[in-house]
Each structure stands twice: as structure tokens, then as C-alpha cells.
Design a protein around this ligand. Structure first.
Ligand code: NAD
Ligand code: WQD
Length: 344
């Protein structure tokens, strides 16, 4: 019984591998290193003290995927479940290059599902995103909030959710957990793995940490005139290791009962503003983060946070870590690895 982790060399993937290992859940990884490299897997190996089985390849190539299933079956440890993390994830890039996003995130997933079907692998855990909800009609978002993404990246996630629902309807043995992440940040407590974006980060937390290690001069705060406590955008940040734990629980849920399709928000249920996050980071790191207030970023919403009650009730999951631990662990990674994992 092996779990195939697609995109396992990436930010959320590496943290999930550590969690799966700690829970004694066997896995194999595939990744095309389009947004990662071998360095992150080497760091996971250092943490868990054992080699990680990784096969280099692309989910858009069906023959590659079939080969992976064949090899693992021949080795006597057939793939029975998939933790599907591989995707492109930059919202702005998805607006400029929509076809790349549909090809990687939708077509790639269709390939994977087809190969799973042919190989009798029936358990699927999918990395979706709170971005599928679009502009909040009410807060906190619960899982019944209307789905109305506002960009191609979000559309790809919403499309795959629909596909999964149809596949589950057609195949009663197919069990799927759709996880809608809010804003994962932080790093493993060892400081050996963490988020390593290429070039200038798109997201707030890695931007803050890069300013703190003086790789970037200052943070630009995208607007301070929102209807929030201090005027800056409010998000539901969650520790990446809490997210990793949710993946393991989701795989266990698939294995334990016939759930059909289950959808869970993953967040803390607590909103934090940009300035609150900066302040918390400065306190924990003893660094100063120079900042400048700039205009709003087009497409941003003022506030969003999760109602994560369903994940607590059905998945037995709730976030253990708060903002301070997220900042502490994220800073430990960044200050010990100012160049990230190095050469890709
Ligand atoms: P990441 O870019 O660090 O990891 C994704 C991994 O997938 C990378 O290692 C990349 O090389 C690989 N990959 C991409 N396309 C591939 C392909 N065609 N074939 C094989 N491998 C491929 O991103 P992440 O932050 O770890 O995100 C993981 C998943 O979680 C993604 O599906 C993302 O959309 C989703 N998600 C992320 C966030 C976030 O804020 N990080 C929020 C919500 C959802
Ligand atoms: C957080 C807050 C910004 C950068 C994005 C994706 C979403 C999901 C997570 C994958 C906002 C502000 C940011 C900066 C800033 N990814 N900000 N200066 O926008 O909630 O979500 O990442 O699924 O799909 O859209 O996260 O970290 O970009 O922004 O002031 O340099 O920080 O305006 O209020 P967001 P973020």
C-alpha cells in the first residue's frame, strides 16, 4: 500500500513527506522540478534519516505515470492512493499564461485520474484552495459558500473539483478528499526545509522573510484603506506542518470509510492583517522589516478566513500552531538558508 505524492519536492509536498514518514505511511514521489529541485528532497532525507524514492517526470505524460504504477507494482508495493499536489500556483502568471495553467493543473490531473482508474487506485487527496470561493459573499467561508473563482488559477482548481465529483459518481469505489487550503506559511521546526520561491515572492510571508534577510529592500503593503482593523488585508494563515498533518488524516479517512467526495476547509479560523503579521514576525525574529504603504493589488479581497469546523468534526483535524510558531519556524528556515536550497 503506497501513496503516490505528486509535486512532493515542492513547499507543501516536502513538509507532507516528513509527516507521512513519521506516521509510518509509505510513499513514492514524482515531480518535474518545474518549481523545485533535488535539494529539497535531500533536505527531507536529512530530516527523516532515510532515502526518499523520487521519480523525475511530468503528470502531463501518461506513459510516465503508467511506468510509475508498473514499477511500484513490480516491486510488490502497488500504489493505492494519490496525494495530488503538483500544480502551477501563481495567480498573476495564470492570468498571463492561462493555457499553461489549464494544461498542468487540469489536463495533468485528468491524466493522473485515468492512469489511477486503469490501475485500480481509488483514493485521492486533492490540494485545492480557498481561492475557489472568489469574492466573499459572507465570512467566514464555509464549504457551502458559492464557488466563483476570479482568475485562471482558481478556475483550474474549481474545474478539477468538478471532475473529481463526476469521477466519484461514476465509480463508487473512488474516494476523494478535497482540501481547500487558506494561507499556508512557516516551515518544519528543524529549519531544514521551507518555502523557496524563485525570484521575487508573490506572497506576503516569504516576502517578509526575504526583506528580513536583506535580500529585498522593503515590503510594499498593498493598501491600508480596507475595511479591516488597521486597513490592511486580513488572511487566515496556517502552519505548513498543520497542513501536512491534515494530508495524513485525509489519506487515513479514505482508507477507513467510503466517503465518496468530502470537502474540507483548512485554516485556523483566525484572521491576521498584513501589519499584524509583520509585527508578529518582528517580535519573534528580532528583525526590523522596513515597509512602505502602496496601492491595493488588483483582485485582492479585504478579508478572508475559514470556518474549519467540518475538518474538525469529520477529519479530526484542527490547527495546533499559531502565528508566532509560523513566524518562528519560517524565520529559522530563512535565516539559516538565505539562498533557499541553492542551485536548481
Ligand atoms: P510548489 O510549487 O512549491 O510545489 C508544487 C510542485 O509540483 C513543485 O515541486 C513542482 O515542480 C511540481 N509540479 C508542477 N507541475 C508539475 C507537473 N506537471 N508534473 C510534475 N510535477 C509538477 O507549490 P506548493 O505551495 O507546495 O503547492 C502545492 C499544491 O497546493 C498546489 O497544488 C497548489 O496549487 C496548492 N495550494 C498552495 C497554496 C499555497 O499558498 N502554497 C495554497 C492553496 C493551494
Ligand atoms: C496576503 C495579504 C496582500 C504581498 C494567494 C493566492 C491564493 C493562495 C495563497 C494558492 C494580502 C498582502 C502580499 C506583498 C502585501 N495560493 N500583500 N504585500 O492573496 O491571500 O492568496 O496565496 O492557492 O490562491 O491568491 O496571499 O500572501 O499574496 O497576500 O501587502 O508583497 O498580503 O494584499 O492582503 P493571498 P498573499
Amino acid at each position: 500500500m503506497t501513496t503516490l505524492v505528486t509535486g512532493g519536492a515542492g513547499y507543501i509536498g516536502t513538509h507532507s513527506l516528513v509527516e507521512l514518514h513519521e506516521r509510518g505511511m509509505p510513499f513514492v514521489v514524482i515531480d518535474n522540478y518545474s518549481n523545485s529541485g533535488a535539494g529539497s528532497i535531500a533536505a527531507v532525507e536529512k530530516i527523516i534519516g532515510t532515502p526518499v524514492r523520487i521519480l523525475f517526470g511530468d503528470i502531463r505524460e501518461k506513459s510516465f505515470l503508467q511506468g510509475v504504477f508498473d514499477r511500484l507494482r513490480e516491486e510488490g508495493r502497488p500504489i493505492t492512493s494519490v496525494l495530488h499536489l503538483a500544480a502551477l500556483k501563481a495567480v498573476g502568471e495564470s492570468v498571463r499564461e492561462p493555457l499553461q495553467y489549464y494544461e498542468n493543473n487540469v489536463y495533468g490531473t485528468l491524466n493522473l485520474l485515468d492512469v489511477m482508474r486503469k490501475n485500480d487506485a481509488d483514493h485521492f487527496v486533492f490540494s485545492s484552495s480557498a481561492t475557489v470561493y472568489g469574492n466573499p459573499q459572507y465570512l467566514p467561508y464555509d464549504e457551502n459558500h458559492p464557488i466563483a473563482p476570479t482568475n485562471p488559477y482558481g478556475n483550474t482548481k474549481a474545474m478539477v473539483e468538478k471532475v473529481l465529483t463526476d469521477v466519484a459518481l461514476a465509480n463508487p469505489k473512488f474516494r476523494v478528499v478535497i482540501l481547500r487550503y487558506f494561507n499556508p506559511i512557516g516551515a518544519h521546526a528543524s529549519g531544514l526545509i521551507g518555502e523557496d520561491p524563485v525570484g521575487e515572492p508573490n506572497n506576503l510571508f516569504p516576502y517578509i522573510t526575504r526583506v528580513a534577510v536583506r535580500k529585498l529592500p522593503e515590503l510594499q503593503v498593498f493598501g491600508n484603506d480596507y475595511a479591516t482593523t488597521d486597513g490592511t488585508g486580513v488572511r487566515d494563515y496556517l502552519h505548513v506542518m498543520d497542513l501536512a498533518a491534515a494530508h495524513a488524516l485525509a489519506l487515513e479517512l479514505c482508507a477507513s470509510e467510503n466517503i465518496g467526495v468530502s470537502v474540507f476547509n483548512l485554516g485556523t479560523g483566525v484572521g491576521t492583517s498584513v501589519l499584524e503579521l509583520v509585527k508578529a514576525f518582528e517580535n519573534v525574529s528580532a528583525q526590523t522589516v522596513p515597509l512602505r504603504i502602496g496601492p491595493r493589488r488588483p483582485g485582492d479581497v479585504a478579508s478572508m478566513w475559514a470556518d474549519a469546523a467540518l475538518a474538525r468534526a469529520r477529519l479530526g483535524w484542527s490547527a495546533k500552531f499559531g502565528i508566532e510558531e509560523m513566524c518562528r519556524d519560517g524565520w529559522r528556515w530563512q535565516c539559516t538558508h538565505p539562498e533557499g536550497f541553492g542551485q536548481r
